[in-house]
Design a protein around this ligand. Structure first.
Ligand SMILES: [Zn+2]
Length: 133
């Protein structure tokens, strides 16, 4: 059915990364990039989450070909209060290296050190989240 998408095996290095565009009931963290582990089709994107393959409807994600290198700023996320520390409920930033959440800096820092993976990345302050349809 999707013969158009049947491409020959691409060499390694053609990895894609996917990120949720909208909060949906999937085990993906809003703002975090996940490695795509199967060919992307018009219908779905399969990502790896801690070794588990999870299928995500294609319209829900944005894709990029290069590994993420900036913190994603997430505001007003619909988090689960019982699973989210107080400081992260309104807004947080997501580490591109380890996908952990960190409190949004009070000032507009250019870079932030991740206390979990000990790496410093720039913060993508001006990334505009997409509006809901
Ligand atoms: Zn990190």
């Amino acid at each position: 059915m999707v013969s158009r998408a049947a491409r020959p095996n691409k060499p390694e290095g053609d990895t894609h990364w996917a990120r949720l565009k909208t909060p949906v009931d999937l085990p993906l963290r809003l703002g975090a990039w996940y490695r795509v582990v199967a060919p992307v089709t018009a219908l779905e994107v399969v990502v790896s989450i801690q070794g588990t393959r999870v299928s995500v409807p294609r319209p829900y994600v944005e894709l990029r070909a290069t590994p993420p290198g900036e913190w994603t700023v997430v505001r007003n996320a619909k988090v689960r209060p019982e699973r989210t520390p107080q400081g992260l409920r309104q807004a947080y930033i997501v580490c591109p290296g380890c996908r952990r959440r960190v409190e949004l800096p009070a000032t507009r820092l250019a870079e932030q050190l991740c206390p979990h993976c000990n790496e410093t990345f720039p913060i993508a302050w001006d990334e505009r989240p997409r509006k809901k349809p």
